[in-house]
Design a protein around this ligand. Structure first.
Ligand SMILES: [Zn+2]
Length: 363
């Protein structure tokens, strides 16, 4: 049966590789998937040679056209009337100098509108989708250095539509309003540790839309709001060149610094100071250490350009009590309790021993 369905005569396929998946564990051996943009169509590609992953990743990232020799075309189980390209142990790959058509960054065979309940059923990582959803909450910010050494921020949100909720990772410092509905186009489905999430890609667009629909209720609230004293802190500063490369040996006293990646000397004033670390808070019931990133640190303490980590830690430890919003161990909001208690509040407010900041406030 299987044999008859396959077109077993050797085939060659020419095109650009898109949407390369992670390495996946098959029943017999690892494999990975991608899509190949040919002149008039896009086909799903399944590669059964895990040792070629790096090579496929390079042509995927560099957008280099390729010719795949001796591949097998198999009828698709997902989309009737189409074929998948199977890259077997007999197949070979060759890079091409150019094709007579260009790489289409937004093109994708699988991009389509899905509800969140449908996305949760998709078992294909890196599939492109459009989804309309409401941003329910911010789950915290993180930073990474991507493969070429460039700094990149990401923020995770919980989003929901009428069918379900899901985690949504937004790369870069994108302006998003909690409580608003967006049409999210060209997002990518990710499967990690059995959890399905969606993530923005280079091609993702977020368009605000008006919608009054009731969202699917969250199973349980995942944000906590606490009042606490900051009792500990550990902060690091990353120095970034204008191209967002890390400068390892930043001298705060010199007027220029060298970025080895850019092979350029930059004015010290052009260098971004990105702070991050942890704070330890003491609530009425326990002590917790929370992850904190630059924007939130700067929302409560002023950081001059010549500040070192010691100065920032001192400033954090000198803060009055704070209100914090926490998702798991990520701080998502912090405000100082600055206002002196009003008379009606007086009986229930008990400040801990005055910190220097409190002593100087006007009560
Ligand atoms: Zn640089």
């Amino acid at each position: 049966m299987e044999r008859q369905q396959k077109n077993t005569s050797p085939q060659s396929v020419v095109g650009y590789i898109h949407n390369l998946s992670d390495l996946k564990q098959g029943t017999k051996r690892p494999y990975f998937e991608a899509e190949i943009q040919q002149k008039h169509k896009i086909q799903k590609l399944v590669v059964f040679k895990p040792d070629l992953y790096t090579q496929f990743k390079t042509v995927n990232d560099d957008r280099t056209p390729v010719c795949l020799h001796d591949v097998v075309l198999q009828p698709s189980r997902l989309t009737e009337g189409t074929h998948e390209v199977l890259y077997t142990y007999k197949s070979t790959i060759a890079s091409l100098n150019h094709l007579d058509y260009s790489y289409n960054p937004t093109l994708s065979m699988t991009e389509k509108d899905l509800s969140i309940a449908e996305i949760l059923k998709v078992k294909t990582s890196y599939r492109r989708v459009n989804v309309k959803a409401k941003i329910l909450q911010n789950n915290g910010q993180h930073h990474n250095f991507i493969h070429d050494g460039t700094f990149l921020l990401n923020t995770t949100y919980t989003i929901a539509d009428t069918t379900a909720s899901i985690n949504f990772t937004v790369w870069n410092d994108t302006d998003i309003t909690i409580g608003s509905w967006y049409l999210i186009s060209n997002a990518s489905i990710r499967l990690f540790n059995g959890e399905t999430t969606i993530s923005t890609t280079k091609d993702t667009e977020l368009t605000p839309v008006s919608c009054q629909d009731e969202t699917h209720p969250l199973q349980h609230t995942t944000l906590e709001t606490l009042s606490a004293d900051i009792v500990g802190a550990n902060i690091d500063i990353l120095y970034l060149c204008p191209q967002k490369h890390k400068i390892p040996n930043m001298s705060l006293s010199s007027s220029k610094v060298q970025c080895e990646k850019c092979n350029t000397y930059f004015k010290s004033a052009c260098i971004t100071h990105y702070t991050h670390g942890t704070i330890t808070i003491k609530t009425a019931t326990n002590i917790r250490t929370l992850h904190i990133e630059n924007n939130l640190i700067r929302s409560v303490v002023d950081i001059p350009d010549n500040a070192n980590t010691d100065n920032i830690i001192d400033a954090l430890l000198a803060l009055p009590p704070v209100h914090v919003t926490v998702h798991k161990n990520n701080l998502t909001r912090i405000t100082t309790i600055l206002n002196p208690p009003t008379l009606t509040d007086m009986p229930k407010i008990t400040f801990s021993p005055a910190s220097p900041a409190q002593a100087s406030s006007s009560h």
